[in-house]
Ligand binder design. Structure first.
Ligand SMILES: Cc1ncc(COP(=O)(O)O)c(C=O)c1O
Length: 285
């Protein structure tokens, strides 16, 4: 069924999105995006998503006309028009159409596209059994600049590698061979009741869920460390999980042929899943 989408100030059916074949998002990936989960028509920590979007766009020198309140109104309207209770929303901002060439001179208005569609949470069984990850051959480059850019080729190739290996997802390393992140989420491990996640660097997206998990852990007096993580750390971990706005906290119970926590989500992961959901219930608006 056709969805209503928002495009530069207008609500239109998706067939009438009217995206230019010369849009730089399409031609060069010259733009950024945000993905949020919709909870009963409400959104969790939209302010952080808009802040990340705004600071990334500043780096690209792409102006953003809408503020947080503006986006909140658009998201609520789309959730209503598309009848979305549990769903996913995506905000895409591109430089729009500009003169031919990489510089993007004389760019017209940036394109702001917002979509919101019904999509249930991943199957509950996956949170109970955990998922199977591979460590991808595909590496992440510092050219990602920590931006949630419209270029996801490395992540797509890694996810396809995982799929070809009958795994659910992939963990990607940086060019030095250190653990960076999952194909669509940040990586955490637990060792001796200490929560460890790779320290932020240009290969890694500063996940909103990552920051929330660190916040929950610190409030719970669970020691947290942000440091460089070696692949072997994953194999020696007591627990591993991935974090993202869409899937929240997903236990990883197998990495390659290695079982984590005897193939079951561990106690810290379970506690994080519970605490994160409680926070969402309290804060989503
Ligand atoms: C590559 C990558 N890393 C990390 C994340 C997690 O970010 P967030 O928690 O802000 O959703 C995502 C989310 O889509 C992602 O695509």
């Amino acid at each position: 069924m056709s969805q209503t989408i928002y495009r530069n100030g207008e609500y239109v059916p998706e067939e009438q999105a009217g995206i230019s074949p010369f849009d730089r998002g399409l031609l060069y990936g010259d733009g950024l995006f945000e993905t949020l989960r919709c909870y009963d028509g409400k959104f969790f920590r939209l302010d952080r998503h808009i802040e990340r979007l705004r600071s990334g766009l500043k780096r690209l020198e792409i102006p953003l006309a809408l503020d947080e309140q503006g986006f909140a109104g658009v998201l609520r309207e789309l959730a209503k028009q598309n009848n979305v209770a549990s769903g996913v929303a995506r905000i895409v901002v591109t430089r729009g159409v500009a003169e031919f060439g990489l510089l993007g001179k004389h760019a017209q208005e940036p394109m702001v596209l917002v979509t919101c569609w019904a999509q249930a949470m991943p199957d509950i069984k996956r949170y109970e059994t955990g998922i199977h990850c591979i460590v991808a051959n595909e590496r992440l480059s510092s050219a990602a600049h920590g931006l949630k850019s419209l270029n996801y080729i490395a992540q797509i190739l890694a996810r396809r590698e995982a799929n070809a290996a009958n795994a659910d997802d992939a963990v990607l390393l940086d060019s030095h061979g250190h653990v960076a992140e999952g194909s669509a989420g940040n990586v955490f491990l637990v060792r001796d009741r200490e929560l460890v996640t790779p320290a932020l660097q240009p290969e890694i997206l500063a996940g909103i869920t990552r920051a929330t998990v660190l916040e929950i852990a610190r409030a719970d007096k669970l020691p947290t460390v942000e440091r460089s993580v070696h692949q072997n750390d994953l194999f020696h971990a007591d627990e591993v999980f991935l974090t993202s706005s869409v899937a929240e906290i997903m236990p990883v119970t197998r990495i390659g042929s290695h079982w984590v926590h005897l193939g079951q989500p561990g106690p810290v992961t379970r506690e994080m899943i519970r605490a994160y959901r409680a926070l969402v219930l309290r804060e989503a608006k």
